[in-house]
Every structure is written in structure tokens, then in C-alpha cells.
Design a protein around this ligand. Structure first.
Ligand SMILES: [Zn+2]
Length: 210
């Protein structure tokens, strides 16, 4: 088995509850072995259980904090936004539109039209998505191709606590959360794609600049 990101081959196994994860000591990426990844029907059913609406105050507040910390300080540089993986209730997209940004929405299940085809954006937001990706390297490369020079890629996903504390970490309880990152993983991704790593914050925000 080799690392899905950096291809390093000497991975550490983490066995938990009958499942097998791999930890890469080089880039610190953790990923669930392929055979334990839930299929698309199970995955969609899980997303539909989420209360991702404007009525869920905690959910709205989570995005307001993300906007304040990551996007607002750069708002003067940003007009067009792609909200990638927005889910069934596109709360972040709506909040960004209220702030005057022009927002395209995409979600493979709920807004499947590939509105980003042939377009480049000032900002792509990808929140609570990276932990679901089977191919984070390919998706990152694709997203970067839709950024203008100097544009931003903003991620939100909880940073893992390291392989020793991983077994007790709540974030992996969701069966659709299949891969996990640390600050070092994001530094590796920045170097891999020649991006500037602008910000790492609260162990869940990451901002790249092309
Ligand atoms: Zn690696």
C-alpha cells in the first residue's frame, strides 16, 4: 500500500473497530482502506440525514465563523466563488451571496450540473468535503485548474490529532469520513501544487493561494 497523496510506501497501519486506516509518516495523511469505504447509496443516505439548513443555528454559525476568519479579510480580492460540495442545503453559498459575492454551486449528489466547466474563480470553498474524498490529489488538481492566478482555495475539515490519538477521535465516527489531514499534509499539498499556504487556523481551516 502506498500513500494516496505522496506515494510513500512505508505506511503505518491503524486498526480500529474492525476497520483499517493507513497513516503516512511523510505527509501525515490518514486514509481508510478502500474495502471499508461506504458505497454511493449509503453515502447519499448519510448526507440526507444531516440537518444542513438555515434553521440549524449551529450549522449557520459554523459558516459565519469560517467566512469571518478566512474569507472576509480577502473580500476585496474576491468576486466570483465556486462552492464545491455544497450539500442539499447550500447555506454557505447563500451566506456568501448575501455578502455580495457571485456564487456557483456544485455538489455531486444535490447540484450535479458541472457549472464550473470552462470557468475560473477568485475563490473556491470546499467545506466539510475533503474528509469524504476517495481521490484528494485528483480533486485538488482539478480545483486548482479552476482558480485564476492569485486566487484562493479555502478548505474546512478537522485536522487529525496524530496516529496515537486517532482511535479516540470523534471526527472519524461518521462512516463517510474516509480521509484526514494535518497541518503537515496541507504543507505537502501546497508544495506539490506550487501554492502558497496562506493560513492554517483552529485546526480546521486551511487557505491556499495560487
Ligand atoms: Zn503521504
Amino acid at each position: 500500500m502506498k500513500c494516496k497523496l505522496c506515494s510513500y510506501q512505508n505506511l503505518q497501519e491503524i486498526r480500529h473497530n474492525g476497520e483499517l486506516y493507513y497513516f503516512c509518516p511523510l505527509c501525515e495523511f490518514i486514509f481508510l482502506k478502500e474495502e471499508f469505504i461506504p458505497g454511493p447509496h449509503k453515502e447519499r443516505a448519510r448526507y440526507e440525514e444531516h440537518d444542513n439548513t438555515h434553521q440549524n443555528e449551529g450549522y449557520v454559525h459554523m459558516f459565519e465563523k469560517f467566512i469571518t476568519a478566512v474569507i472576509e479579510p480577502r473580500a476585496s480580492e474576491i468576486d466570483s466563488v465556486l462552492e464545491f460540495g455544497c450539500g442539499p442545503g447550500p447555506v454557505l453559498a447563500d451566506l456568501l451571496e448575501e455578502k455580495g459575492f457571485t456564487v456557483d454551486k456544485y455538489d455531486p449528489y444535490f447540484f450535479p450540473c458541472k457549472v464550473f466547466t470552462g470557468k475560473k474563480y477568485d475563490l473556491i470553498t470546499v467545506t466539510e468535503v475533503y474528509e469524504h474524498l476517495r481521490d484528494p490529489l485528483g480533486i485538488t488538481e482539478m480545483l486548482i485548474s479552476h482558480l485564476k492566478p492569485g486566487a484562493y482555495l479555502a478548505l474546512m475539515t478537522s485536522f487529525h490529532p496524530g496516529p496515537d490519538k486517532f482511535k479516540d477521535w470523534w471526527y472519524k465516527w461518521d462512516p463517510t469520513h474516509i480521509c484526514f489531514y494535518s497541518a503537515r499534509t496541507f504543507a505537502w499539498l501546497a508544495a506539490r501544487f506550487d501554492l502558497e499556504l496562506v493560513l492554517l487556523k483552529k485546526r480546521k481551516y486551511c487557505l491556499f493561494k495560487k
